[in-house]
Structures are given as C-alpha cells and as structure tokens.
Design a protein around this ligand. Structure first.
Ligand code: MTE
Ligand code: MO
Length: 411
C-alpha cells in the first residue's frame, strides 16, 4: 500500500498506528513564513504500535498512542470538542508500575495516613466521604507534554500534545480534612504526598518513591479525589484515592495516595530533589533549580489534523483547546501565517472554571496554498505563550506556539 491515507475511514487509525508521523516525515517539512524550519517530531511514533497494558485495557485503543506500558498519550485528532476528555481517552503516565488492581476492589477500605496536623491519624476513604464533598474540572497535564519538539532530544517519553486532558474529579477538599484534624501544625511549609506503589527491593526508597511536595498554600484548592468523570477513580488514574492540585503540573497529583503530610522541608525523594526541576541543558538537576509546580499557559489546534491529507479550499473551522495554566484563560488568538498576523478566536462550550481548558474555534475561508496555523493563549495574569520553547534539560513545560503550530495544505 503506497499511500496509507487512501483507505476507508474505518481503517485509517489502524494504518496510522506508527505511520502517522512517519508519513509526515516523508514530506519536505514545514517552512514558516519567517524562514524558520519546523521539523515534525521524529520519535513521536516510535511506540505507536504497542498494545494497551492490562490495567489500561479499557482505554480507547484507536485514540491512543502507546509509547510504553506506563506512557500512553491521546492522538491530536481525538481530543473532541466537548471540553471534557472522556476517561478512556485520558493519557496515562506512571513513573513506577502501578499497584495491583486489588486495591480498587474495595475503595472505601483504602486508608490514608495524615501527618503534620494537630491530630495526625489514619482515615479510610469511607471516613473521608463523611468530611466534605466537592468537584473540580481541571487540566491534568504531564510536564513532559511537548517534549518531542526539543532539539536536544531530552530523555523521557517523546510526548507531542496528548499527555493532557480536561477532566472532572470529585472528592473531599483537603482543607476540610485538615480542619477535622485540628489544622496544619506550626512551621509547615509544604504539602507532601506519597504514592502507594510497592517499591522494588534492594534500592534506596528515596531513589524510586513517588513523593512530591508543593507549597502549603496549594492546599486551598487541593482535593482528595475518589471519582473521575462521574465514575469510581480507576487504578490507571490513581484509584482508590488521589491527590489533586489544580493548576499544578501532572507529577504533583499523586495517585493511590497513602500518606498526606504537612512538612517543614520538601521530600528527600529524588523525584522532588533533582528530577522535575527546570534547569539548563547539560546540567545536573538539583534543589537549586525551580521545581515543576505551576502549569504554564498553553493551547493547540486539534482539528482539522490529518497530516499528509490536504483540506479542500473554502470554509474551514479551525478548532483546539486553550488553558490558562495556574491562572484563568483570558483569550486565544489564531494565526494562519506562522505568527505574522493574529485573529481572536471564539471560545465555545461550557466555561468550567479557572483550572479547566476551553475549546475555541475560528471559521476561515482558505484559498489553495500552504498555511502555518498557530495558536497563542494568554491568561489573566498576562502571560502569553512565547514563540520559542524555553530550553531545559528534561524538556519540560513546552508552551511554544511555534512548536504547537501545524501545517495545513489546502487544494
Ligand atoms: N503514585 C504516583 N502518582 C503519580 C505518578 C506516578 O508514577 N505514581 N506519576 C505522575 C505524573 S509524572 C503524571 S504526568 C500524572 C499522570 O496522571 P495520569 O496517569 O492519571 O494521567 O500522575 C502523577 N502522579
Ligand atoms: Mo508527568
């Protein structure tokens, strides 16, 4: 089969697996209006043909790229336009193998240890359910999302845009739990949470443990969640109980949480001390560099997105998702000419609050030609997406509008 796109739509996905970007790589590559060349992400399709792991077998296989058993992303063309990312299309990222599925058989029995409060103790999920209830719609996004575009090829999964979703979590506000336990103990500056994975034997636990600290103020909006998009939180997303820190990068949202601690210092775990730090290429990570906490403003086009397939001339509705990050989204603009001129796009669909993303659209009339479609979001604080990514060793927090732009051929 010489052209993988000349197939009936039902088979498109199957053939696109592992071939979508490879096909694109065969094209000359997009030349921007200002002469900057943007190469397609070379390694993005590397794991595209793998099967879903058992704990995530319920995911929508056609919509996902399986990089590895612990790293699964949503295809750019499968974000949809209904604001909420269905659970079976939400990306998965595990730093360690997930615990046994047995832990979600009786979610109410899962117990959480809480320390660094006036009256430390253990609470089961059943206990937590009696303390309070809230729901928050938020973007969950891996800090490595967009890593595929860093030219120095940082180690780690070569995510493009699909390590993000906008979902609803329900659970108890952390504030309510803290109140029930007499308040945060004096001098505590961080909220530190520990994942419930079984650690491999014979290694220093601090080198592998998934344990993250965030500033104690983050407690204000944090939730201990047992529900995702209206159903019990699945193991793949941290069931039976997960800490949610809205506006913070994915890594701070600890799955299968077993210990919530208010601490004077940040966790001694490697994942806190040296990994997930923003530092220059070629350097070694350490606590002198900023931790990956607050999420930056970002946006990207999700449709039309059919690499290698030209669009017919005439009216086209360009659409995508835009998020303010830690702050609420203010506006999103679209460029058809690689960032030389911009037009405001309309947000549509429900506004689900500061931490959710918004879908946006711009209808345009396009003559035959090649267009470099870029989007640029700005948040309430006044932060706008920069043109260029900010280089850093691990390839975190890529919100470059240039990297996220797409080439659209119109015939
Ligand atoms: N216990 C635990 N929590 C974790 C992780 C993990 O490996 N273990 N990975 C973190 C990272 S890096 C990300 S991006 C998100 C991914 O959440 P998801 O798999 O539900 O999409 O969970 C975070 N919380
Ligand atoms: Mo992540």
């Amino acid at each position: 089969m010489s052209n993988p796109y000349l197939v009936n739509p039902g088979r498109r996905r199957a053939l696109a697996v592992g071939g979508g970007f490879a096909a694109l790589a065969g094209l000359p590559g997009a030349v921007l209006a200002d002469g900057v060349r943007q190469d397609p992400p070379a390694k993005a399709a590397a794991g595209g043909g793998k099967a879903l792991p058992e704990y995530a077998a319920w995911k929508d296989a056609d919509a996902m790229v399986v990089h590895s058993a612990n790293t699964i992303e949503l295809r750019r063309e499968d974000f949809g336009h209904s604001t909420i990312t269905p659970s079976n299309r939400l990306y998965v990222r595990n730093n360690l193998n997930p615990p046994s599925a047995d832990i979600v058989k009786d979610p109410d029995a899962w117990s959480l240890e809480v320390s660094g409060v006036a009256r430390p103790g253990s609470l089961t999920v059943a206990d937590l359910k009696r303390l309070g209830l809230t729901a928050v719609t938020m973007v969950l996004q891996c800090s490595g999302n967009g890593r595929a575009w860093f030219p120095h090829k940082p180690s780690g999964t070569q995510w493009t845009v699909g390590a993000a979703g906008c979902v609803v979590f329900a659970g108890v506000p952390v504030k309510d739990v803290v109140k029930a336990l007499g308040g945060v103990a004096g001098g505590m500056k961080y909220m530190t949470s520990t994942g419930g994975e079984i650690l491999p034997e014979g290694v220093d636990p601090n080198t592998v443990r998934v344990e993250r600290s965030v500033p104690v103020e983050a407690m204000e909006d944090a939730v201990l969640a047992w529900e995702l998009n209206g159903a019990a939180l699945p193991l793949a997303h941290g069931g039976p109980l997960r800490l949610i820190v809205p506006g913070y990068m994915g890594v701070n949202n600890i799955k299968y949480i077993r210990h919530l601690a208010f601490t004077a210092e940040q966790s001694p775990a490697k994942i806190q001390q040296s990994s997930y730090r923003f530092y220059p290429v070629g350097e070694k990570g350490s606590d002198k560099y900023p931790s990956i906490w607050e999420m930056p403003v970002n946006s990207w086009i999700t449709s039309p997105y059919e690499p290698g397939k030209p669009q017919p001339a005439g009216r086209v509705v360009l659409s995508g998702v835009a998020m303010g990050g830690f702050h609420a989204l203010k506006e999103v603009e679209v460029s058809l000419d690689g960032g030389q001129t911009w037009k405001a796009a309309d947000s549509f669909g429900p506004d689900m609050g500061r931490y959710a993303w918004r879908t946006f659209a711009l209808a345009v009339d396009l003559k035959p030609g090649k267009y470099q479609i870029a989007t640029r979001a700005t948040n309430d604080k006044g932060d706008a997406q920069p043109k260029e990514r900010q280089d850093n060793n691990r390839g975190y927090n890529n919100n470059s509008w240039l990297d996220h732009s797409i080439e659209l051929e119109v015939v």
